[in-house]
Write a new protein. Sequence first.
Length: 335
Amino acid sequence: MFRLISFLVLTFILGISCLEKSTLAKLKKFVNCESKAYKSSHAIYKDYWVLENYVLAEHGDIPCYSNVTYTTHADYTYLDNVVPLLERWRSPLSLAIYAPGTDFEPTIQSILYLLQCHPGHDLVRQLCSIHLYFDVEHLPQVVLPPETALKEPANCNGPPPYENVFKGNMYRARNTLDYPVNMGRNIARRASLTHYVLASDIELYPTPGLVPDYLHFLGRKVIGIPGQQPTSPLVHVLRIFEVMSNVSVPNTKPELQEMLKSGEAVPFHMEICEACHRGPNLEEWINASVVSQELNVFNVGHRSENNNNWEPIFVGTVEDPPYDERLTWEVSGTV
Ligand SMILES: *[C@@H]1O[C@H](CO)[C@@H](O)[C@H](O)[C@H]1NC(C)=O
Ligand SMILES: *[C@@H]1O[C@H](CO)[C@@H](O)[C@H](O)[C@H]1NC(C)=O
Ligand SMILES: *[C@@H]1O[C@H](CO)[C@@H](O)[C@H](O)[C@H]1NC(C)=O
C-alpha cells in the first residue's frame, strides 16, 4: 500500500515570491492587528504545560499584517513532514508538538535533528517556531530551558529519530492518552506572529507561492475604512487533493488536472469521508481552466444545510473562534 500524500490548492500558478511595496503599505493601513514581541515563554493552560516558542525561528519579529503563518500540531512521529512542507510554504510555521512523559526526549532529539542534520535545516531554522505541550499529570523527567537543550549536538549519523517509530511503544500509547488535537491547534494559532493564518494539518502541503499570491489578493480587495478588517468574518477555503506517494505533488492547477484525469490524484478523503471535504462546486472547480495569473475567489459557499459536515481548511485570522478543546483523537486514530 502506498501512503497518500495530501496537498492544498488555492492558487493556479507559481507565485511571484516578493511582495510589492504598495501591497504591504495597503495591508499595513487596512489590516487591524497588533504586532507581538517574539519570545519564549511557558505557562500552565487548563491541564497542560505549554512551552510557547521553545524553538524560535531566525526570522525574528514580523509585522502582523505582512505575512501568513501556517499553524499546525503534531507528535514527533510526524516531523518528517516539516521540510517538504516548508519547501512549498517558505513562510512562517507555528508548530505545537504534544510531548507527554518520556515522549519528550525523542521529541527534543527529533527537533535537534531537523535543526542540525537534515539537508533542509536552513529552512527549519529560518521559519519554524516550535511549541511543546504536555499534561501536568504526565511530566517529562527533565525539561531543560531551550537555550541549554537546543545547544546539544544532534546525532547526525543515525536515522532521523522521528522515522520508523513503533507507535505502540510511545508514552502516549502505553498510558492510553488521547491526542489533544484542538489544544495543539489553538496553541499554534495563538502563537502566530501574523494576523492571517492557515490552520492546517501537517500532512497537507500547500501550493508553492500561496502566501505572496494571497497577500496580493488581499491588497487588491481592501477598500473602505483604514483599520477595518477587510475580510472578517470571511475565510478563504483551499481545495484538498491526494496523490500516491510514488508520484510528486503537482505545483500548478494544470498539472493537477492532468493527474486527476490519469487517476494519479484524487479529491481528499473521498473514500473516508466525502462530505467532510468535498465542499461546494468541486466538479466545477476541477473542470475550470486557469483564466488569470492572479489568485481569485472561485465561488462563495456556506457551511450550512447540505454542507454541514464540511471540515474546510482555510486561510483565516488569529481572531477566528478557537477550536473546541474537548475534541481529541484516540490513540490509534491519528490522521
Ligand atoms: C514571510 O516571511 C518569510 C520569513 O521571514 C520570508 O522569507 C518571506 O519572504 C515572507 N513573505 C512575504 C510575502 O513577505
Ligand atoms: C505508482 O504505483 C502504482 C501502484 O502500484 C503504479 O500503478 C504506478 O505505475 C506507479 N507510478 C509511478 C510513476 O511509479
Ligand atoms: C467543463 O468545461 C468545459 C469548457 O471549459 C465546458 O464546456 C463543460 O460544460 C464543463 N463541464 C462541466 C461538468 O462543468
